[in-house]
Design a protein. Structure first.
Length: 541
């Protein structure tokens, strides 16, 4: 793909910056009063999801200008190029084809002249065979006992998606076994996960694209030692399977490549939960529900590919992100799912958005002069309301918000869903419209308290909702954010698919490990690093 021009040189970008000055200060109360149809105009539906973006800090003319920018940055052309296997991840010379993971078997998507879809479905078939055997007890441990506990060992993209999905899909999971997730190199993570477990009934899925990641390999080695100390070396083959692209390393670990589930270098870690990295998800919910999850992803892929820009959810969500971060200069984004099953979704999105677009140089290697990825954080509602919403309502930083809601619930708990959704709707209303000093006074509030009880409003939010959280709507929600992230990266002119920023700490750790292992050896570290090595060595021993 040719290098893009710089964002700052685009006519539509300059028009947006001018537009911002022209419409400020934007007041949502006045905007809603002036346009009774604002909510209808700013509500968009696709792939089972409805997005109400009417409470963004925009005027009628704002979105058309943002869509001009999307066109000038060639968002549709770039999206088509990604879908067809172009090497968009040019700093690592890789195609970006997570969409092929959920393509139907009849699709043909070529990388280097060969169609990747048959291999995707071959792997899905092997995963289904293994998952079914584990779920129905046909796969037994080395002593003939049924597997009751599955422990996924992986980190980053090999952990966050599966861990999030396991929680999100609780209503659909088998009760015949449970899944646990170990990621941190802190031994507390593994030791808590295996505490009280019967090794004869425990199976480990070692999830690592590279099979070299320090944390995962340390955890896998300790898990192996735990199992071997109780069941002997010969048990490894029945209690360990791998998800990886590195067959040699998997074999060296002692896992039969017949029990390895592969994927490909065109699947980035944070875009991999619908590849074999989702093996624990399939084990938990079964192949049919996993297919529904993939169908949900694919439905959003198709919506993103075919919907006109003005009614294209990922384009709208992405351009709202560009408006808030780069034009308004708002440096954060709160993602607030009003759904307990999505409690891990903000952590999942942190990686998806911040590892993808937390970049400071563009295609040309030039520092950007616009703000790229915001700081992403969040918490399931209503818990967040009793924690950090104070700052969102009355703090000095304006935090854009994505609310996520479902009309119905999988549980039979009476009024709970009504109360939950009422809170979400009321919070969005409060953030947008606030409460003026005059209104506070009119309630009879003593004058010294008026300022404290005033809410400034004009705090922007989007409201995303679907009928119900299902495997399919989860898939389409994730694909929505994947593609919105893509749209933002294209507009900003950055590579959303590499992650060089994680390398420096990893490489420095090699020397620090040596230092902590031999603290008296001569060192060339700075004085602070040396002091910390000496101090923490004493504590670690
Ligand atoms: C994601 C990153 C990163 C990766 C982990 C685990 O996009 O690439 O989070 O998933 O570092 O890597 P392995 O799967 O190779 O162990």
């Amino acid at each position: 793909m040719p290098l893009r021009s710089r964002l700052a040189d685009c006519g539509s970008w300059k028009a947006l910056v001018a537009h911002r000055s022209a419409i400020e200060p934007l007041d949502l109360r006045s905007a809603f009063a002036a346009e009774p149809g604002r909510a209808a105009r700013c509500t968009t539906i696709g792939a089972g999801w409805t997005l109400d973006w009417s409470k963004q800090l925009m005027q009628r003319g704002t979105m058309p200008l943002l869509l001009d920018l999307a066109r000038e940055r060639e968002v549709p052309e770039r999206f088509a190029a990604m879908l067809s296997g172009a090497r968009l991840n040019w700093t690592e010379e890789r195609s970006v084809l997570h969409t092929a993971l959920r393509a139907p078997p009849t699709a043909a998507i070529e990388v280097d002249g060969s169609n990747v879809v048959p291999a995707v479905h071959d792997t899905l078939g092997r995963m289904a065979h293994f998952s079914t055997a584990l779920r129905n007890g046909a796969w037994l441990g080395s002593t003939g006992k049924r597997i009751r506990h599955v422990i996924n060992i992986g980190i980053g993209g090999s952990d966050l998606g599966p861990a999030m999905a396991y929680q999100a899909l609780q209503p659909w999971r088998t009760r015949e076994l449970d899944c646990r997730f170990v990621s941190n190199v802190d031994g507390n993570d593994l030791s808590i996960a295996i505490e009280g477990l019967d090794p004869e009934q425990t199976l480990f899925i070692i999830c690592s694209k590279t099979f070299t990641t320090q944390e995962t390999m340390e955890n896998a080695g300790s898990a192996r030692a735990w199992l071997v100390s109780r069941l002997g070396e010969d048990a490894v083959g029945r209690h360990f399977v791998a998800v990886s692209t590195n067959e040699a390393k998997v074999r060296a670990f002692g896992i039969d490549p017949g029990h390895m589930f592969g994927f490909w270098d065109w699947v980035g870690g944070r875009y991999s939960m619908d590849s074999a990295i989702g093996l624990s998800t399939m084990v938990a919910v079964g192949p049919e529900r996993f297919s529904e999850l993939l169908a949900g992803f694919h439905a959003m892929d198709e919506h993103a590919r075919t919907a006109p820009l003005g009614s294209n959810l990922p384009v709208l969500l992405g351009m709202i992100g560009v408006w808030n971060a780069s034009v308004l200069g708002l440096p954060t984004l709160a993602v607030l799912p009003y759904e307990q099953l999505l409690a891990r979704f903000p952590a999942y999105l942190q990686q998806l958005l911040m590892e993808s677009n937390g970049k400071r140089v563009d295609d040309h290697g030039q520092p950007v002069s616009w703000q790229t990825c915001p700081v992403v954080f969040g918490e399931a509602g209503t818990n967040g309301q009793h924690a950090f919403y104070q700052m969102l309502h009355q703090g000095t930083t304006i935090v854009p918000i994505d609310f996520i809601c479902f009309r119905t619930a999988a549980h039979p708990m009476g009024r709970h869903r009504l109360l939950l959704n009422a809170n979400a709707i009321a919070q969005a209303q409060a953030f947008a419209f606030g409460r003026t000093a005059a209104e506070v006074r009119a309630e009879g509030t003593p004058e010294p308290l008026v300022a404290h009880r005033t809410f400034p409003g004009n705090r922007p939010s989007s409201f995303l909702w679907a009928e119900a959280l299902t495997p399919a709507t989860l898939g389409s929600l994730i694909a929505l954010y994947e593609h919105a992230t893509f749209v933002e990266g294209v507009v900003w002119g950055i590579n959303s698919f590499d992650q060089w920023g994680v390398e420096l700490g990893k490489s420095l750790a090699v020397d620090v490990i040596k230092g902590l292992s031999a603290p008296d050896a001569p060192s060339t570290h700075d004085s602070s690093t040396d002091a910390l090595i000496r101090a923490l060595h004493a504590k670690a021993t």
